[in-house]
Design a binder for this molecule. Structure first.
Ligand code: SD4
Length: 329
């Protein structure tokens, strides 16, 4: 299906970005998924290559987008050398590694977990919450208790992992927390997939900002902030300083822009621009968005250079540099 027909089905053909947003927001969007037999997965940062490979084992065999994103981001959670995802991540300022994750499918079913400790795969917990409870989100001790009651077990290795513990001990001498974070703080994995039957799903998982205040939860497990999927339109995910995404309902905003006819890249550009406008004078705040629509078009945009994403389809397996507003000094 062409982009024009996609817009026509949404009642927007020819209107482009000049449509009346209030009017268009009221349009029912009951598209059946237009793209078939063209599976596609994208995910944030270089570790997305391996995560996409995990997802592709499912997508490439005609499997389901939800299973694919679940399996894909679990690859990154398993990697104990990753300092921003899973139990290999950096701890909060009190020395505890706390994990946030969420998952969402084509039909807006979703599950999320935040402030979770000692469990290797928060994404599996998020999915189990979605499938086994009437709720969307569990947090902290309650989430851990529920997970342990539902077949999950605590990790049997030291957390933080020894090199992270050492780094933390060094940090603790000065205990300087900066919200203006450095590049290594930005490794959350957000993944969006479209399967061969045209269904879409997304997942996002992180250990959050290094040395955060204990109890802090970022955007990554917040549906609409770090991740949002609408099977009629597309999906978006985010990485970077999560407070900015929460303040703007970032990923949901990207999907709503696409609903009104923006391309994925235009929609990401738009939210990053809005975030910059709302944070005048704030420097070193990296924020990156990634989006995909149901046509299989993708795009990304970030505040600073350096944000990239991995893309895998039948034809391609590569990294793509997102466009950006600023360069690091
Ligand atoms: C957070 N957005 O907790 C996450 C951190 C992140 O890449 O994306 N790092 O705010």
């Amino acid at each position: 299906m062409s982009r024009r027909r996609f817009l026509k089905n949404l009642g927007l053909a020819g209107a482009g970005l000049a449509i009346n947003p209030l009017k268009s927001a009221a349009q029912p969007t009951n598209l059946t998924p237009p793209i078939k037999n063209n599976p596609l997965v994208i995910s944030t940062w270089i570790h997305g290559m391996e995560a996409n490979a995990g997802a592709w084992e499912i997508l490439g065999n005609g499997g389901d987008a939800l299973d694919a994103v679940n399996k894909g981001v679990a690859v990154t959670e398993n990697d104990l050398t990753n300092r921003s995802v899973g139990l290999g991540g950096r701890p909060d300022r009190d020395g505890y590694v706390t994990l946030d994750a969420c998952i969402m499918d084509h039909d807006s079913r979703c599950g999320a977990v935040a402030f979770l400790e000692e469990i290797i795969h928060p994404i599996d917990v998020a999915r189990a919450i979605m499938e086994k409870t009437p709720h969307v989100m569990l947090v902290g001790e309650g989430a851990q208790q529920w997970a342990l009651e539902n077949g999950f077990t605590k990790a049997k290795f030291e957390v933080p992992v020894p090199p992270v513990q050492k780094e933390f001990e060094e940090w603790r001498i000065k205990s300087e927390y900066k919200t203006g974070v450095n590049v290594e703080n930005h490794d959350t994995i957000g993944m969006l997939a479209l399967d061969a039957s045209g269904r879409m799903a997304g997942a996002c998982t992180t250990s959050g900002m290094a040395y955060k205040v204990r109890g802090r939860v970022g955007d990554s497990p917040i549906i609409g902030a770090g991740l949002f999927i609408d099977g009629d339109v597309g999906g978006a995910t985010a990485t970077g300083v999560g407070e900015a995404m929460i303040r703007t309902a970032g990923s949901a905003s990207v999907v709503e822009s696409m609903r009104r006819g923006a391309s994925p890249e235009e929609a990401c550009y738009d939210i990053v621009q809005r975030i910059l406008k709302k944070h005048p004078g704030v420097n070193e705040m990296q924020v990156g968005f990634l989006a995909m629509n149901v046509l299989g078009e993708v795009g990304g945009y970030s505040v600073y250079d350096g944000f990239n994403y991995a893309l895998r389809s039948k034809e391609e397996n590569k990294m793509v540099n997102a466009k950006y507003f600023r360069t690091w000094e």
